[in-house]
Write a protein that binds this ligand. Sequence first.
Ligand code: SAH
Length: 339
Amino acid sequence: MKNIKDYNLDSLKEEFIKIGEKPFRAEQVFKWIYEAKVTDFDEMTNLSLDLREKLKNIYTMCNFKILKKQESSDGTKKYLFDVLDGNAIETVLMSYHHGYSLCVSSQIGCKMGCKFCASTGINFIRNLTSGEIVEQILAVERDNNIRISNIVFMGIGEPLNNYTNVVNAIRIINNPKGLNIGARHISISTSGLVPGIYRLAEENIQCTLSISLHATTNEQRSKMMPVNNAFPIEELLKACKDYIEKTNRRISFEYALAKDNNDNLEDAKRLCKLLKGMICHINLIPINKIENGEFTKSSNENIMRFRDYLNEHGIVATIRRELGSDIDAACGQLRRKNL
Ligand code: SAH
């Protein structure tokens, strides 16, 4: 069966024409799913009984089942969802003063192999479909009776490695008749897949791009992130400059600070030099040590010194608040758990 949530509004209209239905019916169905947030075709009361039966025979609604839910002392909630084929993925809900933010997964497993990340070391299974990406949002909204206002593609997987499905999911999330979350409230985080960055710059979506930079020399970065061997820092930053130029959007660089690895003032100095003149923001993440990982968290003193150096040298840097670390829901801690 096809997943009805894999279609954006335009492709659903085309699909409905193929099955002999009028395009406005597609719009009605789309609104039932994303505005009214129903979970069953039978709830779509402005469709005839015949049409509902027909749709039920062709499409599934792909409502995820919650396998496990954990709540942190800071209110962060981690969900383990059954994606309905025997696989499971994690999604994290964070609550901020300005609303709810959801960290979604884009793949079951990850191919990038970053040395400090818990999603490494589990086999890559497959890409998530667009419908499975948006269902993470719908399922968490249903469970909490809330409306989520921010989406970050920072869960399991490399979003630019599942480019088509991620961009299609963003079209559903962003559509005013869909989840209606503004593009500026959607962030894609990438380990640095350069061709994907060039491609995204042409999409005409105003989402925020976050780059996982984490190091200032190729030697250092390649040790942490194998992707750097294919796309070294100079090429990555060139793509970032192109993205800024074409979209007029500020880029956010993520920099996970690991003790005695990338956290001294020489690193900060090199970082300033690398990013000089770019419209950007740096998110400093105290690295979370993973099981058997070689990287450990920098001291608070070093983290603050690093931030202050950047701020004093004209680069806006903030330290990311650590949420959900007591339930393994913080940055880099998500895994695909066995059922
Ligand atoms: N594949 C994408 C998105 C997933 S990771 C990417 O690489 O950007 C989201 C962010 O968490 C990335 O910046 C990633 O580098 C960071 N991260 C991964 N493991 C971490 C860890 N153990 N501690 C802190 N940040 C981590």
